[in-house]
Design a protein around this ligand. Sequence first.
Ligand SMILES: NC(=O)c1ccc[n+]([C@@H]2O[C@H](COP(=O)([O-])OP(=O)(O)OC[C@H]3O[C@@H](n4cnc5c(N)ncnc54)[C@H](O)[C@@H]3O)[C@@H](O)[C@H]2O)c1
Length: 246
Amino acid sequence: MRLAGKVAVITGAASGFGEGIASRFRQEGAKVVIADLTEGSGQEVADKLGGIFVRTDVSVSQEMKNLVETTLREYGSIDIFINNAGFTSRNSPMLEVDEATFDRIYAVNVKSIFLSAQHVLPEFRKKGRGVILNIASTGGVRPRPGLVWYNSSKGAVISMTRSMAIELAPENIRVCAINPVAGKTGMIHLFMGEESEEKYDLFRSSIPMGRLSTPRDIANAALFLCSDEAEFLTGVCLEVDGGRCL
Ligand SMILES: NC(=O)c1ccc[n+]([C@@H]2O[C@H](COP(=O)([O-])OP(=O)(O)OC[C@H]3O[C@@H](n4cnc5c(N)ncnc54)[C@H](O)[C@@H]3O)[C@@H](O)[C@H]2O)c1
């Protein structure tokens, strides 16, 4: 049990990578908090895994505060906070994305990390340790066309991860990121513009190992980075991408 006794909060865990991470973390003995906008599937995942669901919009400070307070009330502690919830425009030329969509991309993908830091760091400082894991994207390192604002938001996530890591290292608080390559989750149709076999072939052909990522791939990397096996790793932004960024 690589996470025995740990409490992990995972945002966007009602589906996709977040659900995969929550499931893997439960198998390794963690208590998990499923935080998501979507109530039905969020509660279902929590019930299935044996965790708690807290309905949260990660772009709203009061809701992130409530998430941290509810976790502390229910489980008494937080060891791991995973910023996984994400939002994107549909793949389209950059000038076709309106201002409200741009603002939403940055609120959900970037501001949420600022908010999570505000609310979880006091707890980590009290404990003298903690791990923040941000789910960025290969798009922040090696963009594909049609996702300019999303890709740039993930570039900001990578930069925030490294900047937070250097400032928090002396306090034994680690901050890492994962950069997943495309995976067949709730967001894939938006990344592709329209979902089709040709698009899947195109994506697969750009990944040297010849397949998309899976929630299990992302969860295994998250498990390592959040476990004590990685206690000397911080600021690491790990591509889980079958060689896409090489
Ligand atoms: N699937 C991919 O190809 C891919 C590739 C690289 C990175 N990512 C990133 O992985 C993360 C997880 O996405 P996924 O692919 O599993 O998609 P997904 O749609 O299956 O899961 C995203 C979850 O985030 C939730 N969410 C959205 N906005 C929210 C908000 N404001 N507050 C709380 N929850 C919110 C959704 O309800 C959903 O459950 C995202 O950050 C995404 O950008 C995905």
